[in-house]
Design a protein around this ligand. Structure first.
Ligand code: ZN
Length: 305
């Protein structure tokens, strides 16, 4: 009996011992072997190795992506190199000056996203320094430049240049700890720009929703649902919108997890997968170790879809 295991998928093959299997694999023209190989290939458990002289577009010349390629191989089999090459053509714009912002930009770049830039009219603050993102020594420097350096440290050669006016990124990540301004939401909808929110609050982190304008519920829907549950929400939202003077009470470990979860959801979207952050938020409230999903369906009075 043999157990074949690829990632989370596994199957048990009975009635064959390893020496016999090796013998069969050596005789590739055996019709039974060809049938079995075809079935394994269809199940995504077997794929053809890339050629010895690979097309440079299939395997990017970035050695740190080897583990990323291996991880994608578990999911996509022989399509993995193509998926990684697709990521290299993706553009993600991170907006905001949260503790997660520069770190998230670096995570996306090190995962193979080819162009990542941070847009924020803010300087780096000591209390938003986090490993992988802005460093304590960056205090007072413009955050976009600090983020570009974090990206280069994580993934040298990543394009961090701003997009020309009118060009749309594949995804905007709103890494902001204040409520998103209605004008900014409207602008993202008007451009048909997919956007993912990641927010840190007092002792918690929230990732989502991921908004696909016109197709899914939006940030306005979330506000309307909140208002339905709590009539005081608009007044509270205004208070939250006042820029924090003191440090937000969120530790580096929580901020790091929030950035990681947001990066996973961003990558899922770029890879063409359905993210659980669509019409939902993924919320972490320590010391609870579980990531909980909260659903935010389209609000009947929003009109966004
Ligand atoms: Zn809506």
């Amino acid at each position: 009996m043999l157990q074949v295991e690829v990632g989370t998928r596994r199957t048990v093959v009975e009635g064959i011992d390893p020496p016999r299997l090796r013998q069969l694999l050596a005789t590739a023209d055996d019709p039974d072997v060809a049938t079995a190989a075809g079935q394994l290939q269809a199940a995504g458990l077997l794929w053809t190795a890339p050629p010895d002289d690979p097309d440079p577009r299939r395997v990017p010349p970035r050695p740190w992506l080897a583990a990323e390629l291996a991880a994608l191989t578990l999911r996509y089999g022989e399509q993995a190199a193509t998926r990684l090459a697709d990521r290299a053509r993706c553009v993600v714009a991170v907006h905001g000056h949260s503790k997660t912002a520069a770190h998230l930009a670096a995570l996306l770049a090190t995962s193979g996203v080819g162009r990542v830039m941070l847009n924020a009219e803010a300087t780096a603050r000591l209390d938003t320094a986090v490993p992988g993102g802005a460093r304590p020594a960056d205090e007072g420097r413009p955050l976009p430049a600090v983020a570009a350096e974090a990206v280069q440290r994580a993934a040298p050669g990543t394009d961090t240049s701003a997009l020309p006016f009118g060009e749309r990124p594949d995804l905007v990540v709103l890494a902001t700890d204040e409520p998103v301004e209605p004008e900014q939401r409207d602008a993202l909808h008007a451009r048909g720009c997919a956007h993912l929110l990641v927010q840190l609050g007092a002792g918690f982190g929230v990732v989502g929703p991921l908004v696909l304008p016109g197709l899914t519920s939006c940030l306005g829907c979330v506000d309307r649902h909140r208002q339905d549950r709590d009539a005081a929400w608009p007044a509270l939202a205004v208070q939250f919108a006042q820029r924090q003077r003191a440090a937000l009470p969120v530790g580096a470990a929580l901020a790091t997890i929030a950035a990681g979860v947001a990066a996973l959801q961003a990558l899922a979207h770029l890879d063409g997968e359905a993210s659980p952050a669509i019409e939902g938020t993924l919320e972490l409230h320590p010391p609870d170790w579980r990531l909980r999903r909260r659903s935010w369906p389209v609000h009947p009075s929003c009109g966004c879809t």
